[in-house]
Design a protein around this ligand. Structure first.
Ligand code: MG
Length: 363
């Protein structure tokens, strides 16, 4: 590993000291704690874009997280960074996501607007710091500082002020570890590519629509020339694979350049910078932005997806009002906050789509 990678030697450690494991390094240990957590299992039934019951073909939060982990490991390995840490952060990055994807998070944020709001990144941190209960001497999973730093991808300044060392970078506008930066970009690569695939499988996106995306069009024409007899589906998959390879390769080579021209030699220097060192080249960045915008208008704002969003808002608002009136119905494990509104948000955000739908029906 490179000297500026996070290592056990330069790690800032855990809040509660624990004896070292003879079998695994500290970051592998964090990863294993995440995999065994109940919040991780529930990702299986949480929406990425399509609600879980719409079909078994589509991504869920769980498979999304696995894809982000795979991409993160690859980039981290290429750059000589801490692969275990990158994997850990990726697997945990969406643990705090509410049911029904972004619609669910918006709905919960709206319910919580007078009580401090709801941010899913901050919620992921709450899950690993407080809400998972599996140890007799502390709440949460007692992860290393570096895993927690990576999980907290974004945070408002107001909330950052209450987080001590972990929040400082949002106040000073500085950067987290390179491993955290890698996962941030891997997340974007993963969802742009897999949302195109799921959008295509669902029938919402067709070839003409996808060809409005420059990067797709470029690789699609390339593949079509060499795979003339292949089915449309195979050509689309091959195109998406090439797009993904291009983006991963671009991040790896461009980041390598940025790292070497920055002359950093240790992690402290990475954390003092005001700009990330992991990033795409200018052209690839523009292509990806265009892809994201097209997905927004063609897929995320499509009426079939929007219908689900409207339902999600209704369900979450009703559950929120109900549980705020009957706070005693919330399981004890979720009552870690003195504010009843926060306890309700913790409970609802932990729900899977189907659990929320069932509860809503029963009310
Ligand atoms: Mg994600």
């Amino acid at each position: 590993m490179k000297p500026y990678a996070v290592s056990e030697q330069n790690s800032l450690g855990r809040i509660n000291d624990e004896p070292k494991s003879p079998l695994r390094n500290e970051f592998q240990r964090d990863r294993d704690r995440i995999i065994h957590s109940s919040a991780f299992r529930r990702l299986m039934y949480k929406t990425q874009v399509f609600v879980n019951h719409e079909g078994d073909m589509f991504r869920t939060r769980l498979t999304h997280s696995l894809e982000v982990a795979q991409i993160s490991r690859g980039i981290a390995r290429c750059l000589g960074l801490n692969e275990d840490l990158a994997e850990t952060i990726a697997l945990a990055h969406d643990l705090g996501h509410s049911p029904f994807g972004h619609a669910g998070q918006d709905a919960l944020n709206k319910c919580m607007q007078d009580y401090g709001g709801f941010e899913h990144n901050l919620q992921s941190l709450r899950v690993v710091d407080l809400l998972e209960k599996r140890y007799f001497n502390f709440n949460g999973l007692n992860l290393t500082f570096e895993s927690r730093e990576g999980i907290l991808k974004h945070c408002s300044t107001k909330n950052a002020k209450q987080l001590g060392a972990l929040g400082e970078r949002f106040i000073h506008k500085t950067q987290p570890s390179l491993e955290a930066q890698v996962v941030d970009l891997a997340d974007g690569i993963a969802y742009n590519i897999h949302d195109l695939e799921d959008g295509y499988r669902s029938g919402i996106l067709n070839i003409d629509m996808m060809c409005e995306i420059g990067l797709f069009k470029q690789f699609f024409s390339e593949v079509k020339l060499i795979a003339k007899c292949a089915s449309e589906k195979i050509i689309v998959y091959e195109t998406l694979r090439r797009m993904m390879y291009f983006l991963i390769n671009n991040v790896s080579t461009e980041s390598e350049k940025k790292i070497s021209s920055s002359n950093i030699s240790q992690i402290n220097e990475v954390r003092q910078l005001n700009k990330p060192l992991i990033g795409f080249g200018k052209d690839a960045e523009l292509e990806l932005t265009q892809c994201r915008q097209s997905l927004k208008t063609m897929l995320y704002q499509h009426k079939r997806i929007q219908q689900m969003s409207t339902q999600a808002h209704e369900i979450i608002q009703l559950l929120f009002d109900h549980y705020l009136n009957c706070i005693e119905l919330i399981p004890k494990d979720y009552q870690v906050d003195v504010n009843p509104e926060r306890a309700v948000a913790d409970f609802i955000s932990g729900m899977t789509d189907r659990f929320a739908i069932q509860l809503h029906k029963s009310l």
